[in-house]
Design a protein. Structure first.
Length: 165
């Protein structure tokens, strides 16, 4: 089994674990908020919001939000609630992608928005700090990765824009 496959399996195990965890008070923690898993950040009080009225505008908002969340993981603690940076990077990617996709579908913009156009506009919003450092954290350095590998993973995640409901 490849290291990347192991990483994906660990991510899935972590997601199941966070959705079934108990809160410090001993009562069950919320497993999701508005249909987004709490472990992915769905219950965060500071979720990215999308308000653009065209594909490029949503992509720019997406790029900015993902850049901010990714840099917060990179510059933050090595682990939070038992989740390594690599897991939290994936959570940020999934959360921001899901919220952007929801906005595109709620506004009907998804019909005229394709992944290459979207990703081109989003990538223009990524900071040089993200580009220079995200690869080192993608798999927590085991193995070392590149920005292009992270971008490839992001593209696989954002393909949902082109999918029918």
């Amino acid at each position: 089994m490849s290291l990347r496959m192991v990483s994906v399996l660990l991510l899935l195990v972590g997601l199941v674990g966070t959705s079934c965890s108990m809160s410090p008070s001993g009562s069950p923690a919320r497993s999701s908020c508005d249909g987004i898993g709490a472990g992915l950040g769905g219950c965060d009080s500071n979720l990215p919001e999308f308000s653009a009225t065209d594909c490029v505008g949503v992509a720019q908002e997406f790029g900015t939000a993902l850049d901010e969340r990714t840099l917060a993981v990179i510059t933050g603690p090595e682990a939070v609630d038992g989740n390594a940076r690599s897991v939290r990077l994936t959570h940020a990617m999934v959360l921001v992608s899901d919220l952007a996709n929801r906005h595109l579908r709620a506004t009907g913009l998804h019909a005229d928005c394709d992944v290459p156009e979207f990703m081109g506009a989003a990538e223009a919003e990524f900071s040089s700090e993200l580009r220079d450092s995200v690869g080192a954290f993608l798999y927590d350095g085991r193995p070392p990765a590149t920005y292009d590998e992270w971008l490839e993973q992001l593209n696989r995640n954002i393909v949902v824009i082109d999918q029918e409901e």
